[in-house]
Design a protein around this ligand. Structure first.
Ligand SMILES: C[S@@+](CC[C@H](N)C(=O)[O-])C[C@H]1O[C@@H](n2cnc3c(N)ncnc32)[C@H](O)[C@@H]1O
Length: 372
């Protein structure tokens, strides 16, 4: 069988990548367009490619335009006015950008009432410089940036630090971690060393045993470098047992991060990797793998005074959703391992955990958790 051409056909990992982009954007735009505060949204696809692959599958620019168009239709049918959503597509190859422009036109994917649509064919590094200067000046506006290069050589964590510093930007980055891992274990090239060195001292970089460990190490390096103000997580796409690709997402706002995690878990569920919770308490088998969230939550509660707001943030930072924490707490409560106390130090009603963004924002300490 002829080998698929990576550059003109959508491979399976690219399909998963595009799907996550789609799932995330739907959620992100839904929240932002209705937050009563944002006056304009800007989407940037900095390595946009040619829009459609030879096999007919759609790439990132068309996925983005479809989400924007659908959102406008839904809101128009409800007479709901939403802020303009500007879309900007860039690729170094001007002929690809021209193709994207034509396809958006042919498929009627844009109308001026959605917001501005523009194109450029600049080098990513120049584009990032330009955005680092422009985005901080935006007031009451939000930006989403999709970064999908073939390699990693243009990518700099310091650029992200600048972009994220204004609290109005979210980033989705695709990195070919599989190749990076392979290079890393076969005499690391200077460019890869430089990429890592910007975040952590290369001397502390461990030799990973497999690509999963490599991805974890990179994620932790991003987290360490960017600091606690930002949220970073990954979505791994496994093509086959030996091949793993990875999307990294970066948010400065906890609510955006929750939406990103929801999109991630939704796709995981569809791929049969979703949340299957067997409590460590209920487990009859000592050798059964313990539930990582349960373990982490118990340790977290043990080591400090924890309110519902702390649990909400901690759960997300561990890459899990509030519903997962509720499952764990339901089980701990059922097994008489957890006390939940209200502000009067009285026992709260069974199952009242208040682990949500709403409570995080308004009633961080409505209840407190203690292990028994
Ligand atoms: C992985 S492809 C993008 C695929 C696209 N996001 C999609 O979903 O169909 C990477 C793209 O980066 C472009 N490119 C390569 N070097 C670049 C650079 N320095 N700046 C901007 N774009 C570049 C290539 O022309 C190519 O179209």
């Amino acid at each position: 069988m002829a080998k698929k051409n990576v550059k003109t056909n959508v491979l399976d990992h690219s399909k998963a990548k595009i799907k996550l982009l789609n799932e995330y954007l739907k959620r992100y735009l839904n929240i932002i367009t209705n937050d009563g505060y944002t006056e304009r949204i800007k989407i940037f696809d900095l390595f946009c490619g040619e829009g459609i692959y030879e096999d007919g599958n759609e790439g990132s620019p068309l996925v983005i335009m479809r989400v924007v168009k659908d959102l406008h239709f839904i809101n128009a049918s409800k007479n709901n006015r939403i802020p303009p959503i500007d879309c900007h597509f860039n690729d170094l190859d001007a002929s690809k950008v021209e193709k994207v422009k034509n396809i958006i036109n042919e498929k009627s994917l844009h109308h001026f009432s959605y917001g501005k649509l523009d194109f450029s064919s600049n080098d990513y590094s120049d584009k990032i410089q330009q955005l680092s200067q422009e985005l901080p000046k935006l007031r009451n506006q939000k930006a989403f940036i999709f970064i999908d290069p073939y390699g990693y050589k243009h990518i700099k964590a310091s650029d992200f630090k600048i972009l994220l510093s204004q609290d109005n930007v979210e980033l989705l980055l695709f990195l070919p971690t599989q190749f990076m891992y392979r290079f890393d274990s076969n005499g690391t090239p200077e460019s890869l060393k430089d990429f890592v060195e910007e975040m952590v001292d290369y001397k502390s970089w461990k030799d990973p045993n497999n690509v999963w460990e490599y991805v974890d190490q990179l994620k932790n390096a991003f987290r360490k470098y960017l600091g606690n103000k930002y949220f970073v997580d990954t979505f791994t796409i496994q093509k086959d047992p030996q091949t793993v690709f990875c999307l990294f997402f970066f948010c400065s706002h906890i609510r955006g991060f929750e939406k990103m995690l929801e999109a991630k878990w939704k796709i995981d569920v569809e791929q049969g990797k979703g949340w299957k919770y067997i409590s460590n308490q209920d487990s009859l088998f000592l050798d059964q793998k313990t539930n990582p969230l349960e373990e982490k939550l118990m340790e977290f509660i043990k080591t400090g005074d924890r309110g519902n707001g702390d649990i909400y943030e901690f759960t997300l930072r561990c890459g899990f959703l509030p519903t997962h924490a509720v499952d764990v707490f339901d089980s701990l409560q059922k097994n008489a391992k957890l006390n939940v106390l209200d502000s009067n130090e009285e026992k709260a009603r069974k199952g009242s955990f208040y682990i949500s963004y709403k409570h995080y924002k308004n009633e961080k300490n409505k209840v407190k958790f203690k292990l028994i």
